[in-house]
Design a protein around this ligand. Sequence first.
Ligand code: KIV
Length: 290
Amino acid sequence: MSTYTIDTATSRANPQPAPMKRLTVPAIRGRKNADGMTGEPIVMLTAYTMRMAQLLDPHCDVLLVGDSLGQVIYGLPSTVPVTLDMMCAHGAAVVRGSWHAVVAVDMPFGSYEESPEQAFRSASRILKETGAAAVKLEGGEAMAETVAFLTARGIPVIGHVGLTPQAVNALGGYRARGRDDAEAAKILADAKAVAEAGCFLLVLEGVMEEIANEATRRVACPTIGIGASAECDGQVLVTEDMLGLFERTPRFVKRYGDLAREIGDAAAAYAAEVRSRAFPTEDQIYRPKN
Ligand code: KIV
């Protein structure tokens, strides 16, 4: 049974804010018109859990269940060890916590590269078990046939080119891509290949600004930048980076919050009150009514 059909969580009994009609893949794709113009930029953030999805959903067009959950949630060294089971569990949680945004789930490393058929099996499992509307996969020209295979069979696909973290072992690290002409040409060829194969959005990660601008002009679908360019048709960040949950802030991240400090302060205040027996007070304990 699909977990997303269970709709009895108390968190959904009185959703705040009130449910909105969920956006659709064609509506998101249609943000960029036939002349290549995008009116309102597309807002995308990562989400891995039900509660975070609830908080982000009213503000976002797309919630991405990124395989970055490997590092952010599980403390893994990269996205390489992330499994299909993990993506399905977190994808279902995010769908349960959202009413408005399109939810897209990353296909983890090893679940799609072998063949279009393998990709179809993995992507259809993700859509069935999570209720998400789309999948994202990394890679350019080598993945074009797979993108075409999935889209022709009713699976909306988000492409992802430039710095592709699942290829960290081949790339040798996470440095921005496209610093020389050959790399730049390859990124543009990759972008064109997966866009023409049918992806409805294209993530451009960690690329020189000029390349992101050129790719955005050349491809028909909207581009979503992360460490790319303000001229992309939308932007995505890892939510925990944007909220300031980690001490290290990569160059392409802007911090909109300081949650690490707030959580540390709250935990320290709680610990001090437990140790001094200042918590709990009579407000937090049960006594028989007289
Ligand atoms: O896994 C992820 O979070 C991503 C985004 C950063 C684009 O792929």
